[in-house]
Design a protein around this ligand. Sequence first.
Ligand SMILES: [Zn+2]
Length: 459
Amino acid sequence: MNAAVDERIDADFETSLDDLFELLAQPSISATDEGVAECTALVENACREYGFDDVKTVETPGQPSVIAHARAEDPDAVPTVLLYGHYDVQPVEADLWETPPFEPTIREGPDGTDRIYARGAGDNKGQWFSHLCAVRALREAGSLPVNVTLLVEGEEESSSPNLEWVVETHAHELAADLTYAADGPIDPSGRPHVLMGARGMLYVQIDAEGPNRDLHSGNFGGPVPNPAWELVRLLGSMKDENGRIAIDGFYDDVRGITDRDREVLADIPFDAAAMRSDLGIDGFADGPGESPLEKLLYYPTLNVPGFGSGYTGEGSKTIIPSTASVKIDMRLVADQDPDDILTRFRDHVERHASGTVDLDVISHGSMTPQRTSLDSPVIAPILDAVGETWDNDPILKPSLGGSLPTYVFENHLGTPCVVVPYANADEDNHSPNENLAVERFRTGIHTTAHVLTNLERSL
Ligand SMILES: [Zn+2]
């Protein structure tokens, strides 16, 4: 890595901090619209000031996005990297903050290091703004090693309902060889993460309706069907005795695990005994996957987050309830398609229904899973850049257990996607007193500069 770039970043750091503070002082709450228009104007300005060539705000059916380009001297000779982030922030409960959420303040964190306290410091303004600082430093110290396109959306904290629309509609302008995002916290051990994907999700609910009113269980019990039993029986039919999901074809599109996957899994620090004792559980659930991590990162789930029926108050009440309802979330993995899984789920319910109670399957939304192959040529240069910048071995994670909209970039732009979190592990995003360690912001800028430099020769 070019020492001149690192020197430039450090020399400009105070200005970078001032400019970040300006962004953090601007509320931009997508849930309520507060300050969103003003914030997009600030993002546009920052892009221009930091050397992006053409910058525009793109209207969507919801909150706008900002798209900007910074081209290398010979744009056709080098790859293009799409940097994705979001300017919107979570709502705040101002009275729970030690200093006001939109008055960025540097004070000492729990570990004695300086932190920037402000809503959006870690999630996500301080992370994508480090990309702008890196682009400026690379230019000032020489030249931009790759073409950079920046996409900063305004609805991530509201589940990115229009991200797919933006990327599809502007696919030509957003065309790239790689999508890279800095989001989330590093490992509590201090090691950085390099994340290659995320599980998807399908959320459904089954409503069961039996008799038209709650009934005396003695006067009616026996012949009259109970909707709670109907749902229990249906749930029972959805997993076999080994914990495998028994919906026909559920695993058909689950991508196989390679030797390379198992190698990477073996390198992820994971203490099964500590987790069991922390959670107070006697053992792990069964089902496919040779280890808890393999189950968590490579296999889909069918989870019951809620079940309701009848009387659950004090003492007894002898009734056949009129209705029952169950919610089910399924975490999906590459290459499952949520629409296909929903069809299979509905078919299963229909096939196993007793026909004595009315059943209604409602879908509450879905997200497609995405996982960049561990054979992708982008991994080595990014791992090298992150490891050198942090002077600490990154933890390569094939997937998050949770869900992120990275499939949008793979599906509509055909790019691999890599997420590298820059924030401290205790950033308290979404909570009162959200913060970003000042040194994590600085390391973030160096990381982006280093990653872009390494990618010039590797894509
Ligand atoms: Zn967030």
